[in-house]
Ligand binder design. Structure first.
Ligand SMILES: [Fe+2]
Length: 205
């Protein structure tokens, strides 16, 4: 069961079900997904300062859809919301970066709306040779009962799936949201553009 999620992405890539678009019609992938075999881990990236405390999981919620396209850029024409760049790493409990870790993001747009028919603002990617990820998206809006958040599933190659959410510091409804967890706050910087950072720490690989 644990490995089914990653296997599903690989099967999708092989069959061309993965794409790069954000529209309801998911285009075929023009190239295969990055390999996650040990061949991508020829060198071990240096540890990164981290808390060594595992990132907590929280509820998946009702809007997850399997089979998201391979995409690190979820923004595009017609997507409501202010641009947001989220970067970070996936680490183990020793703060060592995990290469080829899967991250599957999904979220509401700036109006608090999910695309439940297609795959707008849904996409998966794999960490690079430094265990890093980069997500170009929009700041999600609130919707009834929920503060601003970004959903994500994180999985080291062959490891269990961590299902969690990322939150925004200072969001007015954080204190009213029963799902909110302060350990899942991103570091957000708002200048000419808004950027955020979060390092996931997995308890097992
Ligand atoms: Fe949600």
């Amino acid at each position: 069961m644990i490995r089914l999620l990653l296997a599903g992405y690989l099967v999708a890539a092989m069959t061309g079900c993965a794409g790069t678009g954000t529209s309801a019609a998911v285009p075929r992938a023009s190239s295969p997904l990055p390999a996650t075999s040990p061949s991508t881990q020829a060198s071990t990236p240096a540890p990164i300062a981290c808390s060594k405390v595992a990132t907590p999981g929280v509820t998946e919620g009702p809007y997850f859809k399997a089979g998201s396209p391979a995409a690190s850029t979820l923004t595009g024409p017609g997507v409501a919301g202010t641009s947001l760049l989220v970067t970070g790493h996936v680490l183990n409990l020793n703060c060592a970066p995990i290469v080829g870790a899967l991250l599957d993001f999904w979220q509401a747009d700036g109006n608090g709306q999910y695309d439940n028919n297609g795959y707008r603002l849904r996409g998966h990617q794999f960490t690079d040779s430094q265990g890093a990820y980069r997500l170009e998206t929009v700041i999600p809006g609130e919707y009834p009962g929920r503060t601003q958040h970004i959903h994500v599933k994180v999985q080291a190659p062959g490891g269990p799936v961590l299902t969690t959410q990322l939150f925004f510091p200072g969001s007015p409804r954080n204190s009213q949201d029963s799902v909110f967890n302060g350990a899942l706050l991103m570091q957000v910087s708002s200048g000419a553009s808004t950027t955020a950072n979060y390092d996931f720490i997995l308890s097992s690989e």
